[in-house]
Design a protein around this ligand. Structure first.
Ligand SMILES: [Zn+2]
Length: 410
């Protein structure tokens, strides 16, 4: 069907314009018909489907929290065309068989709209000791021990050298555990009696990773950046030509530690913890100036049982696929003044580039997944969740953008 009067965000050509597209699929929003038989897309934004480079599905291992099937449903609900699964499943994703399993399982539930690319561990069994051999893992789109910092410098250097040869990116969960020392929250009103997470845990990890990138020339990517000082040293390294990049999650850009209602509010517990308001402002600035090149969800489903016990006991992590576009648009476009096309790139071409995937222009008439968005104020409710788990602090939150469909251009 031909849809006219759409606002098209096309990151490949840097265009933000009104135009028409041929689109097919069962998830196209209901649109009025024009006299010439085409459909009227007035009021809708269309752009390439979002690319998430940081997704946790829990299969195999913790299917009480998420399966590949429910995870793919969450990705479709959130407007994604690509999800990149992290290797902290059980058993850990350090071999081709488990990478292939995820790809094949996801194909069953993709509706032809979403593709799953798995990452593999940096260390065998994700145990933080012995490096994997990246050349023997062709199905891995990138390498990370996410959930854990790759602590031994030797193992990290070995993986970095191999990834440099393969031109694959390393993504690091930059938190030094001995410095974090079990910290669950930054110092704020709700943190009284809880273990405090010091910025140094992230900053020291980022410094080590900058050195690895400097020494080996590998592409190093810092996951879920959470504090001002880490953003500052990354900008400094980038200015020196070090190949280091970083992502920020919608929750680290939208929520601050000062907003945590209490130490029993487990759905506000994630790793790294929320920064202070000053960190949120610094992260937003780092997105605007390009230090942080992209957004990423860190979609981390946990069953209600695993989120019991408040900050002291609950597992780290919140779901994020369904709220990714709305929360990041509200924080960055509405509140921080980011241009819609730059916001679009941070969800599409820029994360795709890290994975060596190209997003074609919507004007090339190639078959591409596109997302329908609408600018409107609405309140996120539990019924909007497609994930098997409901661990999110965003229920009841107001957003200024809504995902209204996912389809294909033709
Ligand atoms: Zn992580």
């Amino acid at each position: 069907m031909l849809i006219k009067n759409l606002r098209i965000l096309d990151p490949a050509t840097n265009k933000d314009c009104i135009g028409e597209l041929n689109i097919e699929g069962s998830r196209v929003p209901t649109l009025p018909q024009l006299p010439d038989g085409s459909l009227d897309g007035t009021g809708y934004i269309v752009m390439p489907g979002l690319v998430d480079i940081h997704t946790h599905f829990r299969e195999p291992g913790a299917t009480d929290s998420e399966t590949i099937q429910t995870g793919m449903a969450a990705a479709i609900a959130g407007g994604f065309s690509i999800v990149t699964t992290m290797p902290n499943i059980t058993p850990a994703a350090d071999n081709e068989a488990i990478l292939r399993f995820q790809i094949e399982e996801a194909e069953k539930y993709s509706e032809g709209l979403v593709k799953l690319y798995p990452t593999a561990c940096c260390t065998k069994g994700r145990a933080g000791k012995e490096a994997v051999a990246p050349a023997e893992l062709p199905s891995a789109i990138a390498f990370t021990d996410d959930g854990n910092f790759v602590a031994p410098d030797e193992a990290m250097l070995q993986v970095a050298k191999a990834c440099k040869e393969l031109n694959k990116v390393i993504m690091d969960h930059a938190v030094v555990p001995s410095i974090a020392n079990g910290g669950v929250m930054r110092e704020c009103e709700a943190s009284i009696g809880e273990k405090i997470f010091p910025d140094a845990a992230e900053v020291e990890a980022v410094k080590r990773d900058i050195e690895v990138a400097r020494k080996t020339g590998c592409r190093m990517h810092i996951q879920h950046l959470s504090c001002a000082e880490a953003a500052r040293i990354i900008a400094e390294a980038q200015a020196e030509g070090v190949r280091i990049s970083a992502e920020a999650t919608p929750h680290h850009l939208m929520l601050a530690a000062e907003q945590i209602p209490s130490s029993t509010a487990s759905n506000w517990k994630m790793n790294p913890p929320l920064g202070l308001e000053s960190d949120v402002q610094a992260l937003r600035k780092a997105v605007l100036d390009g230090t942080i090149c992209c957004f990423a969800t860190d979609h981390a489903p946990h069953s209600a049982k695993k989120k019991e016990g408040g900050f002291a006991k609950a597992m780290f992590g919140i779901i994020g696929l369904e709220t990714a576009a709305p929360a990041s648009w509200t924080a960055m476009v509405t509140e921080a003044g980011m241009s819609p096309i730059e916001w679009c790139k941070a969800w599409t071409t820029r994360p795709a580039e890290l994975l060596n995937i190209s997003i074609p222009s919507l004007f090339e008439k190639k078959e591409t997944t596109v997302v329908f968005l609408k600018e409107e104020e609405w309140t996120f409710e539990e019924k909007d969740i497609a994930s098997k788990s409901h661990n999110t602090p965003f229920v009841g939150h107001k957003f200024t953008l809504k995902v209204t469909g996912l389809a294909k251009t033709c």
